[in-house]
Design a protein around this ligand. Structure first.
Ligand SMILES: [Fe+2]
Length: 271
């Protein structure tokens, strides 16, 4: 007969075994292909174009991928860099450099040929991953305190080519909404406002220079985490634009230490 203490240990061990079995990292390419082959991609491509380079899908990721992302988002809570820009944004983020160290599955998903190939079909553009020193290439964004939000903005491309954003819902125990306006840069089409609440596994894909968007403020005891991937059509960046981009990242997102430590490391590699 076992004691209560032994029962607790047995319960803890089996719960642990169950959770690690459930969280064995999936194969990113296979998981993406299993989903995308069920979609009517030519239809989605038309939708993307008709909406001025914007698409929302409520149910995109395979459930094992969503589970893996939720696990990583919770595991990285201690790594979150908090930022506050009065009147514009308040929230937390974890950059690619931390993800590379602690959640390599996310980096694998970002580079998935199946994922990139499908996004190329949607956009009609040849897509490339962002350069290694771009902290936005893949990043987690946390809305965990009351008032966390980001005001109206575009995901402006500082690159010579276009910059696409893929936003994946990870955790949404919140009232936050992604509000957006389509066609704002197209004088021939009236602006069209919209708003979505992105559930875990949901997708938003858009051309960063075309979609005006914001995330509305979180309430008390709410939590929202999204994962964004950035792809570019030309990874070159002129030096003065790089300077502006680095300053913006340091102030608004990831902190000076993280952004400039990476740049210093890169300088040393080159020396
Ligand atoms: Fe954005």
């Amino acid at each position: 007969m076992s004691t209560h203490a032994e029962d607790d240990v047995i319960a803890a061990v089996s719960a642990d075994a169950a959770s690690s079995a459930a969280l064995a990292a999936p194969n990113a390419d296979r998981a993406v292909a299993n989903r995308t082959r069920t979609f009517d991609t030519p239809r989605l491509r038309k939708d993307f174009a008709a909406q001025g380079a914007f698409l929302y899908l409520e149910d995109f990721l395979a459930s094992e991928v969503t589970a893996q992302l939720i696990h990583s988002a919770r595991a990285l809570l201690d790594e979150v860099n908090r930022n506050y820009l009065p009147g514009h944004k308040q929230g937390g983020s974890v950059s690619r450099h931390t993800i590379d160290r602690l959640a390599p599955f996310i980096a694998e998903l970002y580079r998935s040929k199946e994922l990139i190939g499908w996004l190329e079909q949607l956009s009609g553009d040849k897509l490339q991953v962002s350069p290694v020193d771009d902290p936005h290439a893949y990043a987690l964004y946390y809305y965990t305190r009351p008032g966390d939000h980001i005001g109206w903005h575009y995901d402006t491309s500082y690159y010579d080519g276009r910059r696409y954003t893929l936003l994946l819902g990870v955790i949404d125990d919140s009232s936050c909404r992604l509000d957006y306006e389509l066609h704002t840069r197209n004088p021939d089409v009236p602006d069209r406002p919209g708003s979505v609440q992105i559930p875990p596994g949901g997708l938003v894909f858009f051309d960063g220079d075309k979609l005006r968007h914001r995330v509305t403020p979180a309430g008390a005891n709410e939590m929202r985490v999204s994962l964004t991937f950035e792809y570019v059509t030309d990874p070159n960046m002129r030096p003065w634009r790089r300077f502006i981009s680095n300053m913006k990242d340091a102030i608004a997102y990831f902190g000076f230490r993280q952004v400039f430590r990476q740049l210093a490391a890169r300088g040393k590699d080159r020396a």
